[in-house]
Design a protein around this ligand. Structure first.
Ligand SMILES: [Zn+2]
Length: 130
């Protein structure tokens, strides 16, 4: 069997527009590539997803991801508010993990907090169909 690197998947229109509403004008949701069933994500231990600049790599399917508001907010926060601004780099992330572990590293703390603070807004946008 040949190992495939993963499939690219675009968010449904409603999801994309709702995320754009939350992340604001300068953050480009449409520039973020989402890769499902990603080999790269599977190489990252037990993580459900891993991010890089303008990329979200999912262990599972895109359909699952795009129906999970908290997870989407968390991962798009890493990409649009951390990678895109330059605050998150691979080196800084590893340094934070060594210093504080996975759960308490500042990038994870910020992404969890962002997801918590915006989950109701995103659910509401999705429910209303905008
Ligand atoms: Zn995270």
């Amino acid at each position: 069997m040949r190992l495939r690197p993963g499939n690219e998947a675009a968010p449904p229109l409603l999801v994309r527009r709702s995320l754009e509403r939350i992340f604001g004008g300068s953050a480009r949701v449409d520039q973020v590539k989402v890769v499902e069933l990603s080999l790269f994500a599977r190489l990252h231990g037990r993580a459900i997803a891993t991010t890089r600049r303008r990329r979200i790599f999912l262990r599972g399917s895109a359909a699952e991801f795009f129906s999970d508001p908290v997870l989407m907010l968390h991962e798009y926060c890493h990409v649009l508010l951390q990678w895109e601004t330059g605050s998150l780099t691979t080196l800084r992330y590893l340094r934070e993990c060594l210093r504080r572990g996975y759960w308490n590293n500042r990038f994870e703390v910020e992404a969890r907090e962002f997801a918590r603070n915006h989950q109701f807004q995103l659910r509401e946008l999705l429910r209303q169909g905008m």
